[in-house]
Design a protein around this ligand. Sequence first.
Ligand code: MN
Length: 131
Amino acid sequence: MAEELILIVEDNEKNRKLMRDVLQFQGYRTAECENAEHGLRLAVELAPALILMDIHLPGMNGIEALGALRADPATRGIPVIAVTASVMPQDRQMVTSAGFDAYQSKPINVKEFLKAVRETLDRPSKAGKSP
Ligand code: MN
């Protein structure tokens, strides 16, 4: 059974609850927070197997948070999936080129979301590769 720890960084409570519920139903363990700054601290403290990162967050945004995670040797190897309501093609392009391991749009499609989570967890780590 899946039991990896997944960190959810999302300021919208409903979205957080939905992701938490579907992940826990699959057997994953979850941790969560409402902003990127807290997410960076939890990433170091908990060393999650995967981070789900909202892009639009109060304070530091998800793209800036990804940069901070990649800049820290302690968190560099943690895969990060962008989860964003952005639907404009240029937004999606920006998210893709920022270096996220995967992208999921909100509202999430549960089946696709869980598939992306599993595939990202199973993919060999990018750690150590140059950006
Ligand atoms: Mn948000």
